[in-house]
Design a protein around this ligand. Structure first.
Ligand SMILES: [Zn+2]
Length: 163
């Protein structure tokens, strides 16, 4: 019996114990990957899912993969950063989606997105602080109403109808 098996990704031989069977939704049987290739495969799947969500696709075309590779190799962008930037372009700035492309992702756009996110974060922080202050004030100003000032019991009409 063979003790080695080829990785489905890099096609290199590994000891069987070193490979992990891929059991994703789309998996066909017998897809064994080395650790590195499995991670890459999972990353690609997560990336594809998000790109599809943004552009309303079933699966991303080859252009997306070429552009992803270029952005990762040239600028060292992570998948998360790319997705975050796409979200900024199409869901914050509402650019029209002409066709699926990562072409609008440039260092300038990424810098703009990061600035927007940090401003958003600061704003959320100051709102939270203001709300905490407000809650604190309300707590201190709340005084238990005096016994006489409490609303009287509502009239029970059944009592009138009794006799
Ligand atoms: Zn591999």
């Amino acid at each position: 019996m063979k003790l080695t098996r080829k990785c489905y990704g890099c096609k290199q031989e590994f000891r069987k114990s070193e490979l992990i069977e891929y059991t994703g939704l789309m998996a066909q049987k017998g897809q064994w990957y080395c650790e590195k290739c499995l991670q890459e495969k999972l990353d690609r799947e997560a990336f594809a899912m998000k790109v599809c969500q943004i552009f309303g696709l079933k699966s991303p075309g080859p252009v997306i993969w070429t552009q992803r590779k270029r952005l990762r190799d040239t600028y060292g962008y992570t998948d998360n950063l790319i997705i975050e930037c796409l979200d900024y372009i199409y869901n914050v700035k509402y650019f029209r989606k002409l066709k699926e492309s990562l072409g609008l992702i440039t260092p300038k756009m990424v810098a703009e997105m990061k600035q927007y996110r940090s401003m958003e974060k600061a704003r959320a922080g100051s709102i939270t602080a203001a709300m905490a202050q407000q809650a604190d004030l309300m707590e201190r100003e709340y005084i238990e109403p005096h016994e006489d000032e409490r609303r009287e019991e509502p009239i029970n009409f059944d009592d009138f109808l009794k006799d």
